[in-house]
Ligand binder design. Structure first.
Ligand SMILES: *Cc1c(COP(=O)(O)O)cnc(C)c1O
Length: 400
C-alpha cells in the first residue's frame, strides 16, 4: 500500500471516483457503480443534480461567507422553510451531524438551566444508538468501541435498552433533562423504533417535563418517505438534529426546536463560525425545492415498497447470504447471514455500493431519486454478489 499523509482512521476502499450522475458514480477508467450508499445517506437527490449545481454556482459567484455576525437572508429563508415544514419554530445551523446533536444537547440542558434547574442535565439515550464522534456525542451514543482511549466519558448520559420502557422509567429522575433517540437506528443496523414506543416516550416526556430530542440526521429529509421519520408515529419532538440529507452533499447540519425548548439559547450561549453560511444555505434551499415538490415523497414511498419487496425475494433465494429485510422508504437494511464486510466487498465487485452497519446489516440508502429500472438493476447486482459469495461458501464447505 502506498504511503499516505492522512490519518489512518479510515479503512478506505481503493476506489477513486471521478464524477457522479444521479444514482451513478463513475471512476476515472469509466467503471459505473450504482450508488446505494449515497455517501452514507447524504446525496438525497443524487449526484450532480442540475438544480443543486446551479444554486451552488450562482451563490459562489455572489458571496461565500460573512459569519453569523450579520443577518443572512438565505439562512433566514431556509430556517423559515424548515420551521414551516416541521414542528419547529427555531433553527440553528451548523456543519455536521455531530454538531447538530451537540447543539440539541446544549439546548436541552440550557432550557432546564433557564428554568432554574441547573441540576437537570442528564440525557437518556438507547443501546445501539449513534449520535456522532465528538466527545459529547460518543458519550451520548455510549458505544464502548467509540469511547475507548479518549479519556473519561463525558458525564450526564444514562443509557437503557431500546424499547424498554421500564428500564427507561427507572433511570429517569430529578436530574433528567431529555431523552434522545433515533426513530430509526442507522449505524445500529436499520432498527426501527416501534411507533408505540415513540408515543410512550412523548407522553412520558410530557408527564415529567422532560424534553424529547430526535436524532433524524440519517432518517430525515425524506429518507423514510415522510419529510421526517417521526411523522409516521404522529408525534413531534421538542428538539431535533438533522444533517446528512439536508445538504445533499454540501456539509451542513441543523438543530430545530420549539420556541419553548430554544428559549435558553440567548446571545453568547452557542455559536459556530461557518454554520449556515451562504453556500450551504443556497444548497439547502435547493434540496428543499426538490424534496418538498409535489409528489416527491409519494414517489419515495412507492420506490421504497418496490425495492423492499424485491429485496425480500432476494433474501428468500439466498438464505446463506441474507436473512432479513428491514426498514421503510429508502432507508432499507438487509441483515446478512454471511459477514456483512464480505457482502459489501462482493457487492462492490458487482459494481454496487452499499454501507455496512451494526448487527451485521447491509444498509441500502440510495438517492431518493432512484427509479424502478435502477432498483431492478441494483437487485440484479446484489444477486450477482450473492452468487459469488455462495460459490465461495460452497468451495469452503468442500474444503472442510
Ligand atoms: C451520521 C450520523 C451522525 C453524525 O453525523 P456527522 O455528520 O458524521 O457528524 C449522528 N447521528 C446519526 C443518526 C447519524 O446517522
Amino acid at each position: 500500500m502506498s504511503a499516505s499523509a492522512l490519518f489512518g482512521n479510515y479503512a478506505r476502499s481503493a476506489l477513486e471516483f471521478d464524477h457522479g450522475e444521479g444514482v451513478w458514480l463513475v471512476t476515472k477508467d469509466g467503471r459505473r457503480f450504482l450508488d446505494c450508499g449515497s455517501g452514507i445517506a447524504v446525496n438525497v437527490v443524487g449526484h450532480s443534480h442540475p438544480h443543486l449545481v446551479e444554486a451552488l454556482k450562482l451563490q459562489a459567484e455572489k458571496l461565500w461567507h460573512v459569519s453569523n455576525l450579520h443577518k443572512l437572508p438565505e439562512q433566514e429563508r431556509l430556517g423559515a422553510r424548515l420551521a414551516e415544514a416541521t414542528f419547529a419554530d427555531r433553527v440553528f445551523f451548523c456543519n455536521s451531524g455531530a454538531e447538530a446533536m451537540e447543539a440539541a444537547i446544549k439546548t436541552a440542558r440550557r432550557f432546564h438551566f433557564d428554568q432554574g434547574n441547573p441540576e437537570r442535565f442528564h440525557i437518556v439515550t438507547f443501546e445501539g444508538a449513534f449520535h456522532g464522534r465528538t466527545l459529547g456525542t460518543i458519550a451520548a451514543g455510549g458505544q464502548a468501541k467509540y469511547l475507548e482511549g479518549f479519556g473519561p466519558k463525558a458525564p450526564g448520559f444514562d443509557q437503557v435498552p431500546a424499547g424498554d420502557l421500564e428500564a427507561l422509567k427507572s433511570v429517569i429522575g430529578p436530574q433528567t433533562a431529555a431523552i434522545a433517540i433515533e426513530p430509526v437506528q442507522g449505524e445500529g443496523g436499520i432498527r426501527e423504533i416501534p411507533t408505540e414506543f415513540l408515543r410512550q416516550l412523548r407522553s412520558l416526556c410530557d408527564d415529567e417535563g422532560i424534553l424529547l430530542i430526535l436524532d433524524e440526521i440519517q432518517s430525515g429529509v425524506g429518507r423514510t418517505g415522510k419529510l421526517f421519520a417521526h411523522e409516521w408515529a404522529g408525534i413531534s419532538p421538542d428538539i431535533m438534529a438533522i444533517a446528512k440529507g439536508i445538504g445533499g452533499g454540501f456539509p451542513m447540519g441543523a438543530c430545530l426546536a420549539t420556541d419553548a425548548a430554544a428559549a435558553g439559547m440567548v446571545p453568547g450561549t452557542h455559536g459556530t463560525t461557518f454554520g449556515g453560511n451562504p453556500l450551504a444555505m443556497a444548497v439547502g434551499n435547493a434540496v428543499l425545492d426538490v424534496v418538498l415538490a409535489d409528489g416527491f415523497l409519494e414517489t419515495v414511498r412507492s420506490s421504497g415498497l418496490v425495492f423492499k419487496q424485491k429485496l425480500a425475494g432476494l433474501v428468500d433465494e439466498h438464505p446463506h447470504v441474507f436473512s432479513e429485510v428491514r426498514g421503510s422508504g429508502l432507508m432499507l437494511g438487509i441483515k446478512c447471514a454471511a459477514p456483512v464486510a464480505d457482502v459489501v466487498t462482493a457487492a462492490r465487485d458487482a459494481d454496487l455500493l452499499a454501507v455496512p452497519a451494526g448487527d451485521n446489516v447491509l444498509r441500502i440508502l440510495p438517492p431518493l431519486t432512484i427509479n424502478e429500472d435502477e432498483i431492478a438493476e441494483a437487485v440484479a447486482r446484489l444477486e450477482k454478489a450473492a452468487h459469488a459469495l455462495e460459490g465461495r461458501l460452497t468451495l469452503e464447505g468442500a474444503a472442510e
